[in-house]
Design a protein around this ligand. Structure first.
Ligand code: PEP
Ligand code: MN
Length: 283
């Protein structure tokens, strides 16, 4: 049964009557998300320089990441904060991707960026702040590249799933859902990681579901624990922020893992996955 406006009220009955759905894997370059394997995406919050991006890319690849993240245009709360390098980053990104042979996951914040980004991107990221930007989602529905759709931090699970339909109705079926924490009354952590949403979306939709532990908790020392919880409940992967020198990061340094932290996390993820007979995807 498809989740449509007719069937969606069923979601409000605690999901009990929606049938179980088998995940349909999404091809992202040479990588498959939502197939038998668990996929780890890693990289900096923002691409800051050629050196920073290359060092991070090489480091996360050596530890086992299969896709590289890196923000080019950033959605910052303050207009005065670093907004990303923008098109300046395009001068050196190809070089980093070629050297590391990794696919890029980056956020598209404006439909006008699609044309320039399309040559560089393996998967577009729709950020939490844009989950309700239906004009953007419709444009991405016409793209042939897969889309990682982050859950808005105030979005119901139902709204998140319906947002995905704005993409699929345009003809683009390559959608990966990403839970990245929601806003609750709690302020001790940056957001509140909604583990239920991962379990629910995984069971009741056909989309692969991944977790962003970095934004979900926002505190470096807790990020690995959230990532391990994601692996334990059967998420299809994680997307993790990593910076070679987090104290120098131009965005989200407090939640960035060092390359060494990331290496340790990869070993721990492998341990959790092996207990569940869930293979870790390798390049
Ligand atoms: C990010 O991935 O750096 C980001 C801004 O994420 P979100 O949209 O989830 O806040
Ligand atoms: Mn970030």
């Amino acid at each position: 049964m498809e989740i449509t406006s007719e069937t969606s009220p069923l979601l409000r009955t605690h999901g009990a009557v929606l049938p179980l759905r088998k995940t349909k894997a999404v091809q992202v370059g040479d990588i498959k998300i939502g197939g038998p394997d668990f996929s780890v995406i890693a990289g900096p919050c923002s691409i800051e320089s050629y050196g920073q991006f290359l060092e991070t890319a090489q480091g996360v690849k050596n530890s086992g990441a299969v896709l590289l993240r890196g923000g080019i245009w950033k959605m910052r709360t303050s207009a005065k904060a670093f907004q990303g390098l923008g098109s300046e980053a395009l001068h050196f990104i190809r070089n980093v991707l070629d050297q590391t042979k990794m696919g890029l996951v980056t956020e598209v914040t404006d439909p006008r960026q699609i044309e320039v980004l399309d040559d560089y991107v393996a998967m577009y990221q729709v950020g939490a702040r844009n989950m309700f930007n239906y004009a953007l989602l419709k444009e991405l529905g016409m793209s042939r590249k897969p889309i990682m759709l982050k859950r808005g931090f105030s979005a119901l699970i139902e709204e998140w799933i319906k947002a995905a339909e704005y993409i699929s109705l345009g003809g683009n079926e390559g959608i990966v859902l990403c839970e990245r924490g929601i806003r609750t009354f709690e302020t001790a952590t940056r957001y509140t990681f909604d583990l239920n949403a991962v379990i629910f979306a995984k069971a009741r939709t056909h989309y692969p579901v991944i977790v962003d532990p970095s934004h979900a908790v926002g505190i470096r020392e807790f990020v690995p624990k959230v990532a391990l919880a994601a692996a334990a409940v059967g998420a299809d992967g994680v997307i993790v922020e990593v910076h070679p020198r987090p104290e120098e990061a131009l965005s989200d340094g407090k939640q960035a893992l060092t390359l060494e932290d990331f290496k340790i996390l990869m070993k721990q993820i492998e341990g959790v996955l092996s207990a569940l007979n869930h293979p870790l995807q390798k390049l």
